[in-house]
Ligand binder design. Sequence first.
Ligand SMILES: Cc1cc2nc3c(=O)[nH]c(=O)nc-3n(C[C@H](O)[C@H](O)[C@H](O)COP(=O)(O)OP(=O)(O)OC[C@H]3O[C@@H](n4cnc5c(N)ncnc54)[C@H](O)[C@@H]3O)c2cc1C
Length: 511
Amino acid sequence: MGFRSLELKMKTDYGPDDLKNVIRKICKVRDFTYVIEKQSLDGRNPMEIHWLVRLTVSSPEIKGGTEPNSSTIKVPFKRTDKKVVVVGSGPAGFFAAYVCLMGGLDVTLIEMGPDVYQRTKDIKDFEKSGILNDRSNYAYGEGGAGTFSDGKLTSRTKSIAKEKRFIFEQYVKAGAPDEILYLAKPHLGSNLLHKIVKNLRQDFIDRGGNYIFNNKLLDLKIKNGKVKSAETEQGVIDADYFIIAVGHSSYDTYKMLINKGVKFVTKDFALGTRIEHYQEIINRAKWRTPSLPGVKAADYSLTYSFDEMYSVYSFCMCPGGKVVPTPPISGLNIVNGMSNYKRNYPFANSAIVAGVNLNSLVGREFEPLESLEWLLSLERKFYDFSNSYNAPAVKVSDFLKGRTSSDFGKYSYPFELVSADFRELFPQKITDSMAMALKDFMHKIWGFEEGTMMGLESRTSSPIQLVRDGMLCAGFDNLYFAGEGSGLAGGIVSSAADGIKCAMDVVETIP
Ligand SMILES: Cc1cc2nc3c(=O)[nH]c(=O)nc-3n(C[C@H](O)[C@H](O)[C@H](O)COP(=O)(O)OP(=O)(O)OC[C@H]3O[C@@H](n4cnc5c(N)ncnc54)[C@H](O)[C@@H]3O)c2cc1C
């Protein structure tokens, strides 16, 4: 058996037969298999958009060559009676718990929200009634913020290739399409994530894991830098290791941990709004055509920086998606974006955010808890604007002319859009930076000024960052804080990878 690597240019709607014909022609083989290693859309020339496909062909008719190798993490199995409690079932908590289980530990995973089935119902009720369930919403419940997310599986974090492969392989076993293993921009969408999260839970339970819903971590009992037990709503749980993976929205848990001596520092984060366009505008701007066979919907990635101003960039762009209300608790007005696997809603949305340093924005040094309070007060301000989850909004063209808008046309947001002057809602340096950037984006994306800016996008990343000693919380022997809440990871894949790294640290300390 020999191997041959190929880099091919394929039309956007190519199918397996097209690929096989090309392989036959180039390699002159009849009996072969192939593995796609990477596939990315090359849209540099809008008149000739195509897939770039890198693959390896295996065939007895080929001599030599190298077998494709996709290495993943190897979890050592230990015969042990050690126990671990993992708090939070988002990507970080779930993968931490799963790896600890593979490593032979006795694992209890607690989640303060309900399972994904109940969560889906609660979100529907919220969007009908405007009454939020503080434990079951877009941020909280089984699978964490990841479950109702857009499900883009891209990550800019370096040195997590093996963890990423492991995560993707578990997703594929749990029902994700194989393409996530090779697409340059893999995407699941919320509808597939629901199924995947449920299947992963079943696998975890079948392997002997203990999964408890509707159980909040309230306190930790600590002696001499060692956590002895977790006080939860359903009782006290003793364990040898504790992995906290509560995301970046669980402010009462942050407060409890900081009061217990877990060290955090303030860090830069991003603030801004969601911008929504008709998907067709984006497709035409990127592809010069309203649709492209074989590609779901066009995306974009924009950045702008200018001396004296904050740099502004697009973040978490959701082609064919919708804007959703994502407050973790009542009385805060925050938005985000999501889509389903097919990306077939008629709208495109993206966060347009300014990278913010709170100390320079407000002009004094902030303690970690003060940063959280500052952010909460801005999120309350957006809620108080209409005393509801309706989103304050303005058309890009009006914002740039210093006006408010009277008509928004059609939009995806489930509540109403209320006309607002963003200059009164945001700190001035943020709106000034956004205005400069939007003028630039209008030249990069034809029709960008037709978009609508809606709501506050304030939870792109944590405003505080954990101080670690190795993977452990500094000053603690057996306490880990994994995922987005640590301020050291962000997004589904890097949060899950961080959870895996914490779990591997636990497993490796066991003789
Ligand atoms: C609408 C939306 C769209 C997004 N789209 C994308 C995307 O396309 N791609 C991407 O990479 N990222 C996306 N994200 C971000 C991504 O979801 C997060 O980065 C990721 O989920 C963080 O994982 P985590 O495990 O660290 O925390 P989380 O997912 O936030 O999970 C934390 C869990 O802990 C639970 N919890 C909190 N406190 C306690 C407590 N005291 N006791 C017990 N349980 C507790 C919560 O209920 C929650 O389930 C999106 C987020 C949102 C909201």
